[in-house]
Design a protein around this ligand. Structure first.
Ligand code: ATP
Ligand code: MP5
Length: 265
């Protein structure tokens, strides 16, 4: 019986980020993926052309269907769109004993908003406190805490500012800095620096969703947070290295890279 992992996120019609990235990651990592869709986006390699939220009742009903019958060993949250949906999801996940990975998605890689500005306070006060691990990128750190990261030293200040909202662990993703792709994982007492070579590859659509889903998959298998994050970093780094040029803009990472390597062998 594979471990069961639930993603609560938006749909990306282009298949590179959101629910689609999450389920592909879960398949590649050998867990049973399930979904609660919060919003539908019309999206491709050039950007987000439209976004529609689902009603709160539809989100609640999907969550109850999955959790009450099948059960979950980890949950991942992504695009939540509005304050109302953030608060609904925060309430739902605070009732689970399973570890929760919160990717506080704010804007797409192209700068399209995926979260209303009016929802930021609910993310700070309701969603982050329910997280086992929060995985903000540098833009989300700035939006949520006001801390602007320009150097590796600033990553520590950013982590402390996010931890003040109550997640057990925070992973600050330094993917938007230059140089190595350096992330900092900390619970406030121990620090783990995760460094990978930067792939000079613009096909990075979906990196954040992929990383957070890979962490949730590791936690569902019973790994500790540092073990799950280390494994997830290896998986996303391989997926970026194998990213491909779909469409005329930023293409997706290759979620199947590790499976292809296995089958080729
Ligand atoms: N060009 C790259 N080469 C290697 N690793 C990268 C690269 N870009 C990002 N990463 C890594 O990918 C993971 C996701 O980080 P990133 O900062 O891109 O997330 P994100 O901003 O949420 O994603 P997105 O920008 O797609 O919304 C991190 O571990 C980061 O270090
Ligand atoms: C529906 C949806 N959710 C999230 C993202 C952010 O993508 P990323 O994984 O690259 O941070 C996106 N572009 N679309």
């Amino acid at each position: 019986m594979p471990p069961r992992v639930l993603t609560v996120a938006g749909s990306d019609s282009g298949g590179g980020a959101g629910i689609q990235a999450d389920l592909k990651t879960m398949l590649a990592l050998g867990v049973h993926g399930m979904s609660v869709i919060t919003a539908v986006t019309a999206q491709n390699s050039l950007g987000v052309q439209g976004a529609w939220e689902l009603p709160v009742q539809a989100v609640r009903a999907q969550y109850r269907s999955v959790v009450d019958d099948i059960g979950v060993q980890a949950v991942k949250t992504g695009m939540l769109a509005s304050a109302e949906l953030v608060e609904t999801v925060a309430e739902l996940i605070s009732g689970t004993d399973a570890p929760v990975v919160v990717d506080p998605v704010g804007v797409s890689k192209h700068g399209d908003p995926l979260l209303a500005a009016s929802a930021l306070d609910s993310v700070r006060t309701k969603l982050l406190p329910a997280a086992t691990v929060a995985t903000p990128n540098l833009d989300e750190v700035a939006q949520l805490t006001g801390v602007r990261v320009e150097s590796e030293d600033d990553l520590r200040r950013a982590a402390a500012a996010v931890l003040a909202y109550g997640p057990r662990w925070v992973l600050i993703k330094g993917g938007h800095l230059s140089g190595d792709a350096l992330d900092l994982l900390t619970d406030g007492s121990c620090e783990h620096w995760l460094r990978a070579p930067r792939h000079d590859n613009r096909h990075t659509h979906g990196t954040g969703c992929t990383l957070a889903s890979a962490i949730a998959s590791g936690l569902a298998k019973g790994l500790t947070v540092p073990e799950a994050v280390t494994g997830a970093k290896e998986y996303v780094t391989g997926a970026i290295a194998a990213g491909f040029a779909l469409g005329a803009g930023i293409g997706p990472v290759d979620h199947a890279w590790a499976l292809r390597a296995t089958h080729a062998g």
